[in-house]
Design a protein around this ligand. Sequence first.
Ligand code: ADP
Ligand code: MG
Length: 239
Amino acid sequence: MIEIAGVIKRFGANTVLDGIDLRIAPGEVVSILGASGSGKSTLIRCINGLEKLDGGAISVDGHRVDDPNGLRQARRSCGTVFQLFNLYPHMTALQNITLAPIEVLKVPRRQAEEEARELLAAVGLLERADAWPAQLSGGQRQRVGICRALAMKPRYLLLDEVTSALDPEMTAEVLAILGKLARSGTTMLFVTHEIEFARHISNRIVFLDGGRLLADLPAAHFFAQDGGMAQPRIAQFLS
Ligand code: ADP
Ligand code: MG
């Protein structure tokens, strides 16, 4: 379980997260919607311990991220993929995927490579294993990025607008992979602008507005006139 309780985050005088409470249980797919600047990326960064909290607490399977030992455990449990393709440019697709399993988990190289090839095959990129990031399309790079996160066998997958820099065709490629992962029971916290897709794959939809959590509803209810849509801010966002 990822537990976010009363989280406050400020940048100077700007309160970017203003008392966020959210729980993500194993097996759930939770999408976070909200306008640009509403605090979505900051929330993901807080879960990863990349930002220091000004209030409240976050724990991952009971490991507090404000404690160095807890953070190490929490990071082990959370695989994260960001919007920008953050593959190591001087490593092939395969090397990008095997680096952390070999260095951090001490998986033997042969086994790490075998598992990486299985992941690449699952996203339709087995034949690109030895390509450099610069030789891959944006959609292919994001698919490698997803493989890299999955190679650590995370309990939770955090995705921050992983398709927003992609054209529609590449977006579809990546969403197809995420849909498959969601259906196979991968726990996901999914920040996205792909509203229709979120509606289909999510158990719950969370809506952030100016650092406040305006809704945390079952997906169907979020889009219902007497559900999330009853809130003017959400109706306006969805229109
Ligand atoms: P979103 O991902 O929903 O677009 P962000 O979490 O990136 O929103 O940003 C939320 C707010 O926090 C914005 O007003 C943004 O300008 C501000 N912000 C984010 N990161 C920093 C930072 N490192 N320093 C100062 N302000 C920041
Ligand atoms: Mg963002």
